[in-house]
Ligand binder design. Structure first.
Ligand code: FAD
Ligand code: FO1
Length: 451
């Protein structure tokens, strides 16, 4: 059964008789999907059809062919899986709020279930529809193991303040997600809904997308591939994760973030599968990242409206960046010079090239990469906007709360503490080229990623 605390009512309208609609957006999968499960439970109780809808936003926060290709090919599998369960899947084009409202007028559902998502654009979609809808609209948190709104009612200072709250609630929430059953209440023929087959290739050719950032081939989309990748990581690379994950020359990280970002893989399934390996530093280290760091990002984006700008900076960081605003910079680069990896730092250039070519920069270098942008930009404001622009444009896992939190941590001290004062950074934690050289084979990494 679903824990009521995972459900958040977006309006006070009553549940009426009619099909139940699950508006899939963040959790783009059939298995381990709390929102889909809850929608089916209501539909079974009411003995009504269950309809899944996905609204395609043509220009979603600057996403390119790389992102839409990965997402649409993953959704092709969702459409097949739902069809096999006699659950109708509609794929709507146009402005999402408008297209879902037209859909609601057409099918007269009794209830609408949507995914929890702290991003501004999603709040506008979901809160906007709930405010105008005559039917019950509920939000289900299928992304956080401990529902974001339950873990904490406010913005947390850092991992150290959220961790104990998560740890206390984890035993109640880290449970298997019940399976989705074949649905036995099908739509009456009167509500003629077109069975639009989802064809990623034809859609990609229709969308006005930036094609300069091409699809990547090292990672394939879809739930089946994602779960196989999880099994491979656990079997071959979980052991040694603590030591290897910060070495950019090794495949020490799990590589799961693209599937987690698009909801093709459930974080709850990852946590259950990893925790089943028993205690140990590698299990603890992975769960710390997957549960504490990742759920801290959602807490940050939900409780800080300036999550993608300097307004997110804690007081100490705002003051120290202000004090050092006029410090002389050794280098200045424009967005284009950053984008073309044309700085005077070969390590930074190599990290940028890795992200451009593969859509995934190594996690350790992401910190260095963002911090150098602060050092080489005219202002912290410009640095944040450059980092977000490049990260969202090239990273497969971009446009994600983890990205906004990661950039805010690197550039304006969010979830971090003050360090020794120095030019430009003030007391923002600094990372140096030589520090990286001491940590891993820097020359080897640069050889791997030079133009
Ligand atoms: P693993 O080390 O295998 O971790 C497993 C999972 O744990 C990750 O997929 C992720 O869900 C979570 N996780 C790991 N590290 C972090 C972290 N620091 N914060 C939050 N969650 C974490 N992550 C994104 O998903 N999208 C982004 O756009 C993104 N941008 C970042 C930008 C900067 C400047 C920084 C410093 C970090 C960013 N991160 C981002 C967080 C982290 O670097 C990535 O989640 C991680 O590198 C993804 O690779 P992985 O799945 O192999 O990680
Ligand atoms: N979510 C949608 O509901 N519709 C979309 O068309 C859509 C496009 C999209 C493109 C790139 C990308 O990185 C994410 C995209 N998402 C879309 C959102 C995604 O499902 C996640 O919900 C958020 O990005 C993370 O919170």
């Amino acid at each position: 059964m679903i824990d009521e605390r995972r459900i958040h009512h977006l309006n006070q309208a009553p549940v009426t008789i009619g099909p139940v609609v699950y508006w899939m957006s963040r959790e783009q999968r059939v298995s381990d999907n709390w929102g889909l499960y809850h929608a089916q439970q209501i539909a079974i109780e009411q003995k009504v059809p269950l309809l899944v809808v996905f609204t395609l936003a043509d220009a979603f926060l600057g996403a390119t062919v790389r992102h839409f290709g990965f997402m649409l090919r993953g959704l092709e599998q969702v459409a097949v899986d739902l069809d096999n369960l006699d659950i109708h899947f509609s794929f709507l084009r146009g402005e999402p709020k408008r297209s879902i409202q037209k859909f609601i007028e057409h099918v007269n559902p009794g209830c609408l279930v949507c995914d929890f998502d702290p991003l501004r654009i999603k709040r506008q979609w979901f809160d906007g529809v709930a405010a105008e809808a005559k039917i019950k609209v509920v939000e289900v948190d299928g992304h956080n193991i401990v529902p974001c709104r339950i873990a904490s009612p406010k913005r947390e200072f850092g991992a150290y303040t959220l961790r104990p709250k998560l740890k206390r609630l984890l035993p109640e929430f880290l449970t298997p997600v019940p399976k989705i059953a074949r649905h036995s209440f099908v739509l009456s023929s009167s509500t003629a809904l077109e069975r639009n087959r989802l064809d990623a290739n034809s859609l990609l050719s229709q969308l006005q997308l930036d094609k300069r950032v091409g699809e990547v081939s090292w990672v394939l989309p879809g739930e089946t591939v994602a779960n196989a990748a999880l099994a491979e990581f656990i079997e071959h690379r979980l052991k040694g994760y603590t030591v290897n994950r910060n070495n950019p020359l090794l495949e020490g990280q799990s590589g799961l973030s693209p599937w987690l970002h698009f909801g093709q893989l459930s974080p709850q399934r990852v946590a259950l599968a990893v925790a089943a390996q028993g205690d140990g530093q590698d299990v603890d280290a992975l769960l710390e990242e997957l549960i504490v760091r990742r759920e801290l990002s959602d807490n940050f984006c939900l409780n800080c409206q300036h999550y993608d700008s300097i307004g997110a900076a804690p007081d100490w960081a705002r003051k120290t960046l202000e004090k050092h605003r006029q410090d002389p910079r050794n280098y200045f680069y424009t967005l284009n010079e950053f984008e073309q990896a044309e700085t005077d730092d070969q390590l930074w250039n190599s990290a940028q090239l890795q992200m451009m070519h593969t859509g995934k920069m190594h996690g350790y270098l992401r910190m260095y990469w963002a911090k150098k942008i602060l050092e080489w930009s005219a202002s912290p404001e410009e640095a944040i906007s450059t980092a977000i622009c490049l990260n969202d444009r090239y990273s497969l896992d971009g446009r994600d709360p983890n990205g906004y939190a990661g950039i805010a941590w690197s550039i304006c001290g969010v979830h971090d503490r003050a360090w020794g004062e120095r030019p430009i950074f003030g007391m923002i934690r600094f990372m140096s080229y030589d520090g990286c050289k001491r940590k891993f084979d820097l020359a080897g990494y640069c050889r791997q990623w030079q133009k």
